[in-house]
Design a protein around this ligand. Structure first.
Ligand SMILES: Nc1nc2c([nH]c(=O)n2[C@H]2C[C@H](O)[C@@H](COP(=O)(O)OP(=O)(O)OP(=O)(O)O)O2)c(=O)[nH]1
Length: 130
């Protein structure tokens, strides 16, 4: 079982989404940036480290959403999503094929990694209640 943290990074009313490259696992799927938690690492620290490595961004890590367990064909993951904030829209694209800021109501048109689908649904439901 992989333990993966991911960041739902808000700036104004947009969040940062990323497309995996064709050389990564789950090629070309869209995801929230993040990565594997290393042994003995605290999850929020792991997330800040990953976001710094992948995007050269500093984020504030806030509320934890409900973790998602998903069994892909060749591996299983527990995905731990966190609501995060960034005071800037600037990033450096280091690993992904594409990275963009997007409004929540537009998230459904992307081809998400399967583990992210319940997270995206939750975000859309929440915004529709407002
Ligand atoms: N980062 C991230 N990974 C996700 C998400 N959804 C999902 O199924 N995954 C899967 C894809 C990968 O198999 C795994 C995370 O691995 P990764 O390759 O992004 O992590 P990493 O940066 O620590 O990996 P590496 O340096 O060891 O290659 O979790 C998501 O929203 N964000």
């Amino acid at each position: 079982m992989l333990h993966v943290v991911c960041a739902i990074i808000y700036n104004d009313d947009e969040i940062l989404i990323a497309q995996r490259s064709d050389k990564m696992a789950l090629p070309l799927k869209w995801e929230f940036p993040g990565g594997k938690v290393e042994r003995s690492e605290e999850k929020k620290m792991a997330l800040q480290r990953e976001i710094n490595e992948e995007l050269a961004m500093e984020i504030e890590v806030g509320e934890a959403l409900e973790p998602v367990i998903y069994h892909y064909k060749s591996f299983s993951i527990t995905l731990y999503p966190y609501i995060c904030n960034s005071s800037s829209k600037a990033f450096i694209k280091r690993e992904h094929r594409e990275i963009r800021w997007e409004k929540i109501e537009n998230l459904k048109k992307y081809d998400w990694a399967a583990a992210d689908v319940p997270v995206v649904k939750k975000l859309i439901t929440e915004i529709n209640k407002m």
